[in-house]
Design a protein around this ligand. Sequence first.
Ligand code: G3H
Ligand code: 13P
Ligand code: ZN
Length: 322
Amino acid sequence: MALVTTKEMFAKAYDGGYAVGAFNVNNMEIVQGITEAAGELKSPVILQVSKGARAYANHTYLVKLVEAAVELNPEIPIALHLDHGDTFELCKSCIDGGFTSVMIDASSKSFEDNIALTRQVVEYAHDHGVVVEAELGTLAGGEDEVSVEAGKESYTHPDEVEEFVTRTGCDSLAIAIGTSHGAYKFTPAQCTRNADGVLVPPPLRFDVLKECIKRLPGFPIVLHGSSSVPQEFVKMVNTYGGHMPDAIGIPEDQLREAAKLAVCKINIDSDIRLAMTGNIRKYFAEHPDHFDPRQYLKPAREAVKDMVAHKILYVLGSDGKA
Ligand code: G3H
Ligand code: 13P
Ligand code: ZN
């Protein structure tokens, strides 16, 4: 199967009550870990590339790595998506350079400016057979140059979504319902603590999600900032020399609920970073004399694969849907 757009993936996910995982890729081990898990579980998957990933690894390297994964996993649909494109030029460069999907994130602009820029990207993308994700509302956390303090995010206004989608022609919409980027999604002050002293985050705003769905029947919704920040990885990082106090994510059961509704794409990056870093720290601590990168990148890649398999089976519900 060649690279695909997300059109059919989302139509099937919407009807089937599951979501497709969108995992950020920055290097070969990450591409391999994700696609090996998706391939074995016969799950569709979205590989997404941020502006920062392109700056780090180079557009051509990333496209070729993804093309290799497509060739080695012919039975599953794979989409290549630009994550958080912030200009028309960046989106155009990815559309011209082989991506099948782009996100234009003009969510920090005014409603009218967001519509104008999104519309411009949609026109170019659709002329080239590429689909477009847009965003309304702002998440807390940071991505590339944009950083929004916890507590300063703004939820999507459901009364704006219909006009936004109609006027832009976008193919999917990222909304803000309380998810957040990074490994520190909430300040301890925003959380409660359970009997063991573990932070419990505020619940996602399912009321906002359901209002958006009512106004956009059949339309695919996207959730960014959806890492769960598994405490086993946080513990591993902290045990082997790291320092990530009070790192906290979105509970998996809430993401599973969202996936059963109109949420068709769930974005995960921080959990990949944690899985790799925790395992590399552990490896270094246990093998201080090793210096061959293959020795520590192998368990890191294996950890990404196991983590993605867990998401596919227990959070996204996309296994067997290829
Ligand atoms: O939402 C942002 C993603 O986690 C990408 O992060 O811009 O550091 O590559 P990055
Ligand atoms: P996390 O930081 O929760 O993994 O979110 C990633 C994301 O939204 C990428 O666009
Ligand atoms: Zn994001």
